[in-house]
Design a protein around this ligand. Structure first.
Ligand code: GLN
Length: 282
């Protein structure tokens, strides 16, 4: 029988394989850590330890698939971190992006300003990252989450259960389920689909191939979901309420105009993400 490979040897093999296929070699560490099911610090202390053969095989299979097809590792591991917690993901939901953590941070700030128990609704919840994080970070908040996709809602429900966060899930298009159930919120938060169809040509192939179309694209130059949400906001907002949306980096002014037309008295702010791109509007 072959001598089991040591952890650093397994990584060396993977790095070479990834390099040959022009993929980022960092993926090797993340993926092997996942298959070994250990913490990051533990992982770096066991470099000279042998890795069980079954794990090497599983890992090598995943590395080959990623190298050859570009499938994001989150689809191989079935999970992604968001705001320090692990969320299950699959092909029915958008893979959580780090920019969305900043949206959540803004909502937490707004919620704390309110200084009272509030109701929050996450529109187009996908994997449920926004709703679940808010429910866990804000003890006194009542959280609703909507999505048009039943498959996405199943992922979100499962995540909420795993993380012990209390959320009421409603299926339907954007704000419709809230309107239908006569629910009003203090904060409406959403990371809706906002990419213009015309921009598909300049997108990364792997995003196009593996993130659900429904989660990515919107008509009217990517603004359709904002238009529909903003048009219906008065029906679902309480007095002195807030809306917080993630936006495309070139959509700040357009979404600001939509908000100002509907709510001339309101104060609209555009916030930038860590890459200094417009990313959030409140
Ligand atoms: N709310 C989810 C997220 O932020 C899904 C967003 C979407 O599918 N557009 O990841």
């Amino acid at each position: 029988m072959d001598k089991p490979m040591k952890q650093y040897e397994v990584l060396q093999w993977a790095s070479l394989f990834l390099e040959k296929h022009n993929r980022e070699t960092r993926v090797a560490e993340l993926l092997l850590q996942h298959y070994l099911n250990v913490t990051r610090s533990h992982f770096f202390m066991t470099m000279r330890e042998p890795v069980p053969n079954e794990i090497v095989q599983e890992f090598q299979k995943a590395i080959k698939e990623h190298a050859e097809t570009g499938i994001p590792i989150q689809h191989l591991t079935g999970c992604e971190m968001f705001y320090g917690r692990t969320f299950a993901v699959n092909k029915h939901v958008l893979i959580p992006r780090p920019e969305t953590e900043e949206l959540v941070q803004h909502v937490i700030k707004l919620a704390k300003l309110a200084g009272k128990p509030i109701t929050i609704a996450d529109i187009g919840t996908g994997s449920g990252i926004i709703a679940a994080t808010l429910a866990l970070e804000l003890e006194n908040a009542t959280v609703y989450a909507t999505d048009i996709s039943k498959d996405a809602l199943n992922v979100a429900k499962n995540n909420a259960k795993q993380l012990h966060s209390k959320i009421t899930f409603l299926q339907g298009d954007l704000l419709q389920p809230l309107i239908h159930n006569k629910i009003k919120a203090d904060i409406i938060v959403s990371n809706p689909p906002y990419i213009a169809r015309e921009d598909a040509a300049i997108m990364q192939d792997t995003v196009k191939a593996f993130d659900p179309e429904l989660a990515l694209f919107a008509e009217e130059n990517g603004l359709a979901a904002y238009k529909q949400i903003i048009a219906n906001l008065p029906q679902v907002l309480k007095e002195d309420a807030y809306a917080a949306f993630e936006i495309g980096y070139q959509q700040g002014e357009a979404v600001k105009t939509l908000l100002k037309e509907k709510f001339p008295e309101s104060e609209v702010q555009i916030h930038q993400d860590i890459n200094k791109k417009d990313r959030i509007i409140t």
